[in-house]
Design a protein around this ligand. Structure first.
Ligand code: NAP
Ligand code: MG
Length: 492
């Protein structure tokens, strides 16, 4: 291993790592995928297919069916039949057996699923392998455990399933978002029609194979691939009882108005612009790691990303200097390399959006820093970026960039930190770094965010509820609260 001496104050000692590429031999990708309806893969009635690519090198991976309205009709009727005849009447203990089996099979095939997730979506293999997949299995294990204990979860009432759940998910954590939706829905006795995002359908289709191998009765889970129009057809279908949507605030608002006046239940998990607050008494080196993880994990394609850093004024310059040095050590590039910290941007469209907002930041007068790293020739990549001299009114301080871009602001007093942190239409998450426990509690009381992490960031657990305030949506996923989104109450 060679070391280079630092040339500038922001260039720390750099280690050269040998490439350590994860093999893709473990995954077999079909050239064409149908829709998973009523327990079988079927050609779409629409007769349309669309390509999915690997954003790390722009290579074509497969063609995926686009579900049209007739396909959605078939999927919803299959889900309705399965609900009425099989899954609804089944005891919770029986349903749990299927969910435990699925959880174990996800664990057994986790390397294959992780490699496929990385190939189709561009996230670093170390994250797909060590974060996404364990959490996916964890969600199925956790909700399998609730399936026969629902009466104890909510004593005094008789919880009942809602019926057919239509679920629409985004591309940033494809399999994890599926798990957050499918596990509680099935555990509570609902059946599902789920649409993955257009750019990342492959792991949902592999999951359908797993569910089928686990013996899940036909129709209980239906995976219908497609783009926004397919999602809208699910949302608008008359025989769906509940819609669970994760995605952008703009689409969330459209769905909410589309459902107004209907009896369909709705939960929305939308965007965020989280404040990550660092006080002068924080353990600074640990806070640096937290801030880096907060914004560069999954290329910043994270709804709860700590994208607005608020640093106490008297440590601002020192902290920013440390951050710049740390930024220069991030390894950006091939997501299949086990050393990669920041992988590929999920799509060309997302890369264009990030680029556009970064240009806006520059034109608004903020000061940009990017490390001098070499990006691969092909594929979609963006350098880890931070902005100083950011005003609260700047678009880069208000809008969700959904990429590896951090906007840095400062504050003097805890009150000012709270005021600035809450000065956004969103309210999904926040982070606080301080060595005072009392200050953590004081801040957590005042931050308008569904999740507040203290002296850590981006910690997820199936037992812990997650969800938003304000334009970040409503309803909770995870934990006992996550069951509520899929249940109705009968007489006690
Ligand atoms: P998006 O454009 O809203 O898409 C989300 C999903 O909705 C995709 O499957 C999309 O299809 C589909 N869709 C698009 N238009 C639709 C319509 N009119 N009716 C029904 N479905 C429609 O969001 P995105 O850009 O994929 O995802 C990023 C956003 O998700 C960010 O804002 C992020 O913060 C948010 N997010 C939130 C959470 C959370 O838990 N709060 C978690 C992850 C992500 P196609 O994309 O396939 O066309
Ligand atoms: Mg893809």
């Amino acid at each position: 291993m060679a070391t280079k001496l630092p040339a500038t104050s922001h260039e720390p000692l750099l280690w050269d790592y040998a490439t350590s590429k994860e093999s893709t031999d473990i995954v077999e990708i079909d050239s064409k995928y149908g829709l998973f309806i009523d327990g079988k893969f079927r050609a779409p009635k629409s007769r349309k297919y669309f390509p999915t690519i690997n954003p790390a090198n722009e290579e074509h991976l497969a063609d995926v069916a686009e579900a049209g309205p007739r396909d959605i009709d078939l999927a919803v009727s299959a889900a309705r039949r399965a609900y009425t005849d099989v899954w609804g009447p089944m005891s919770g203990a029986e349903r749990a057996k299927y969910l435990f089996r699925i959880a174990r099979m996800v664990q057994e095939r986790s390397r294959e699923l992780a490699v496929l997730e990385t190939l189709d979506g561009g996230k670093p293999i170390k994250e797909a392998r060590d974060v996404d997949l364990p959490l996916v299995a964890g969600h199925f294990f956790y909700y399998a455990g609730w399936a026969d204990k629902l009466e104890y979860a909510f004593p005094g009432v008789s919880p009942k399933p809602l019926g057919v759940a239509g679920q629409v998910i985004p591309w940033n954590f494809p399999l994890m978002m599926l798990a957050w939706k499918v596990a509680p829905a099935l555990a509570t006795g609902n059946t599902v029609v789920l649409k993955p995002a257009e750019t990342t359908s492959l792991t949902a289709l592999m999951f359908a194979q797993i569910a089928s191998e686990a013996g899940l009765p036909p129709g209980v889970l239906n995976i219908v691939t497609g783009a926004g129009r397919t999602g809208a057809a699910i949302v608008g279908h008359d025989d769906v009882d509940k819609i669970a949507f994760t995605g952008s605030t703009a689409v969330g608002k459209m769905i909410q108005s589309q459902l107004a006046g209907t009896s369909k239940r709705l939960t929305l998990e939308l965007g965020g612009k989280a404040a990550h607050v660092v006080f002068e008494d924080a353990p600074l080196d640990q806070a640096i790691e937290g801030v880096i993880n907060g914004i560069f994990f999954n290329q910043g394609h994270v709804c709860c990303a700590g994208s607005r850093l608020l640093v106490q004024e008297n440590i601002h310059d020192r902290f920013v200097d440390k951050l710049k040095r740390r930024l220069a050590t991030l390894r950006v590039g091939d997501p299949l390399d086990k050393n990669t910290d920041v992988g590929a941007i999920n799509s060309r469209a997302q890369l264009e959006r990030i680029t556009e907002l970064v240009e806006v930041g520059l034109s608004e007068g903020a000061e940009m820093f990017q490390p001098d790293c070499v990006l691969p020739d092909r594929g979609f990549y963006f350098r880890p970026t931070l902005f100083t001299n950011v005003a609260q009114s700047h678009r880069i301080a208000q809008e969700e960039i959904f990429g590896p871009v951090l906007s840095i602001l400062s504050f003097r007093t805890p009150d000012e930190a709270v005021e600035k942190a809450n000065n956004t239409p969103y309210g999904l998450s926040a982070g606080v770094w301080t060595s005072k426990g009392s200050r953590i509690l004081w801040m957590a009381d005042r931050l308008k965010a569904g999740v507040v992490w203290a002296n850590t960031y981006n910690k997820f657990d199936p037992t812990s509820p997650f969800g938003g305030y304000k334009e970040s949506g409503f309803g909770r996923e995870g934990g006992r609260h996550g069951l509520l989104a899929y249940m109705d109450w009968g007489e006690g």
